[in-house]
Every structure is written in C-alpha cells, then in structure tokens.
Design a protein around this ligand. Structure first.
Ligand code: FES
Length: 100
C-alpha cells in the first residue's frame, strides 16, 4: 500500500511515459507517479493545444486525462501498475472542426 509519508518506498513498479522509463511506489496513482517524475503536462487542449495537468486530484476536473494502453483515463483515479504505457492525450480536430 502506498504511504504518502514514505515516498521512498522500496516497493516500486516500472512503467513508461511516452519514451521514458520511470518507476513509482506501488499503490501510487498515475498522476502522483508522473508528478513525482517532474511531469506536469498530461494532455493538450483540442482547440489551442495548451498543456493541461492535474488540478483537483480527486476526479472532478478531468485535467489529468492520459492515455494508458490506448484508453483515455483520469490519471488521478488510476493506480499505477507494472508495465503501463502512459501517453499524453493529444486530440486532433477534424477538418470541419478546424475551419469552425
Ligand atoms: S486532477 Fe482533476 S480529475 Fe484528475
């Protein structure tokens, strides 16, 4: 079980964020694992492409969306697991949306 008061836990899991191999304490959330690695930009907004990162850390704001193994999830509500492939969410506008 992850203990936030013991961030140097020896029970670590390995995962990937894009091309980086990282580790985090077992039981941490994906959001806390990424923040602990110094990663604060988790996704880009569809219109301006502005970087967004966790804000509420309790499942309310959806600013922490990431893609894990191809599925978009809230990083703050998802436990980190061994071997996860985590990527930024980069929505693409369709040709019609781009002209609106
Ligand atoms: S940080 Fe707000 S929903 Fe995850």
């Amino acid at each position: 079980m992850f203990d936030p008061l013991e961030p140097e836990s020896t029970d670590q899991v390995q995962f990937h964020f894009e091309d980086r191999r990282l580790s985090a304490p077992r039981g941490a959330t994906v959001a806390s694992a990424l923040l602990g690695a110094g990663i604060t930009a988790f996704r880009e907004t569809p219109v301006s492409g502005a970087a967004r990162g966790p804000f509420c850390l309790m499942g309310a704001c959806y600013d922490c969306l990431v893609s894990i193994n191809g599925v978009t999830v809230q990083a703050c509500m998802t436990p980190i697991e061994e071997g996860l492939q985590v990527c930024r969410v980069r929505p693409r506008l369709t040709e019609n949306e781009d002209k609106a």
